[in-house]
Design a protein. Structure first.
Length: 424
């Protein structure tokens, strides 16, 4: 093994030496040095992996190679999906040509910005606070939150133009993120195109207000992990960050396709495709990995027949072309109908889910960021008068139980603000 001379000496040893009774070879002195070299090599061989270990290493290497190829394949598939999703045309393109103000739609494009209405309902919140940038938030009791969210976002001149099926307060049932309630009726409806535009605005969303160690009733394990690593408060405040503030969401309603939860071919607002639009730009969209982003009406079993239409939608949210499974999403469940009445059994199920914990509501903008509406002066005056009359006659809402000062925590700047400044 050492070299040619060693092999020759080894053969000479076998021929010239002998084996004594002890079983040891009588090695001639001339080749003992070569055998010492061989002994060292054998000791080295003992340190080499056994044959079984070598096979194990090969298997492990093969498995690792397959895993690496799998990860690479998944990555390439995801990149292709992102590219294809980004390449999709915005569903709002039909509106760009005739939109007032060009291709952008933001809060100031709404005919009425009900600052006075927001301020009135803000007094019904508990433990209010302001962010460093001046955005206002507060807590509302679980049984009060849906009703004040409905009333504060119900703006004359806007509310009645949104289809009745989409009015009311929805519970995002099964959403793994601590987002609880949503309102769709403070937006702009385009009847011809069947498109709804929703600006990012106060009083249209509500988040989980419990502590990180508190969970809604019946929350699944995955959602508990999400609730543990984030909070409703942090997500709520993120909606007011510069990168999100002017983001707009669009709903494009069309006939229900064959593979959706709604009745195939139905076109009575049973199916919609959703897109987000950063900075309110209707000529672009911000969809990157959510390619299956739809709203599909489902049968609202157990609900009074007069409240069934639009009471339950499957809110599909599939990522990376269904890479992590198709059919992912949650149920957009209406708990307050278009007339402001609770929908049972959904409302009671919502109360049970919340387990008595409060909700967080975004209640107001900094005064410097309150935009002026773009409506004509005549329309503005008419809408402002209608708003004043409606808010004056609004149904009284019981103030949540809190300390006397908790519900009147408005800042001095707000106290001096002219509430009619942005009306109309």
């Amino acid at each position: 093994k050492a070299d040619t001379s060693a092999a020759e000496n080894c053969w000479g040893c076998c021929k010239g030496g002998g084996i004594d009774n002890s079983g040891y070879v009588d090695v001639p002195t001339s080749v003992q040095g070569d055998f010492e070299k061989l002994s060292l090599l054998e000791e080295h061989d003992d340190k080499r992996p056994a044959q079984g270990s070598s096979v194990c290493c090969k298997v492990c290497c093969g498995i690792c190679t397959l895993l690496a190829l799998g990860v690479l394949g998944v990555g390439l598939f995801a990149l292709k999906c992102v590219r294809d999703t980004k390449a999709q045309p915005p569903i709002t393109l039909p509106l760009v040509k005739d939109m007032e103000g060009g291709q952008f739609f933001k809060l100031n494009n709404m005919s009425t910005i009900p600052v006075k209405q927001w301020m009135e309902y803000e007094e019904k919140l508990m433990d209010t606070w302001e962010t460093e940038d001046g955005f206002s938030f507060g807590y509302a009791d679980v049984d009060v939150a849906p009703q004040i969210l409905y009333n504060a976002s119900k703006v004359p001149g806007i509310f009645e133009k949104v289809p009745e099926k989409l009015r009311g307060v929805f519970w995002m049932r099964g959403n793994p993120i601590p987002e609880i309630l949503a309102v769709l009726h403070y937006g702009k409806w385009f009847e011809k195109e069947k498109i709804l535009l929703l600006p990012n605005t106060p009083w249209t969303w509500a988040w989980w207000g419990g502590r990180k160690d508190q969970y809604p009733d019946g929350l699944d394990t995955t959602s508990k992990l999400v609730y543990s690593f984030t909070s409703g408060k942090s997500i709520a405040e993120s909606y007011t960050e510069a990168s999100s503030l002017n983001t707009m969401v669009s709903f494009d309603f069309s006939a229900c396709p064959a593979d959706a939860e709604c009745e195939e071919g139905s076109d009575d607002l049973t199916y919609a495709t959703l897109m987000s639009h950063p900075d309110g730009d209707l000529s672009k969209h911000g969809m990157s990995y959510y390619d299956g982003y739809t709203m599909e009406e489902m049968d609202a079993q157990g609900v009074d027949k007069n409240q069934q239409e639009g009471a339950l939608y499957f809110r599909r949210a599939e990522m990376f072309c269904g890479l992590f499974g198709t059919g992912s999403g949650y149920r957009l469940t209406k708990i307050i109908d278009a007339k402001g009445k609770p929908i049972e059994p959904f409302h009671s199920e919502y109360l049970k889910f919340m387990a008595g914990r409060p909700l967080i509501i975004w209640s107001d903008l900094p005064e410097a960021l309150v935009p002026k509406p773009t409506a004509s002066p005549a329309a503005a005056n008419a809408t402002a008068n209608a708003t004043a009359n409606t808010t004056a006659n609004a149904t009284a809402i019981a103030t949540p139980s809190a300390t006397p000062n908790a519900t009147l925590n408005a800042s001095a700047a707000k106290a001096n603000r002219d509430p009619n400044k942005a009306e109309g």
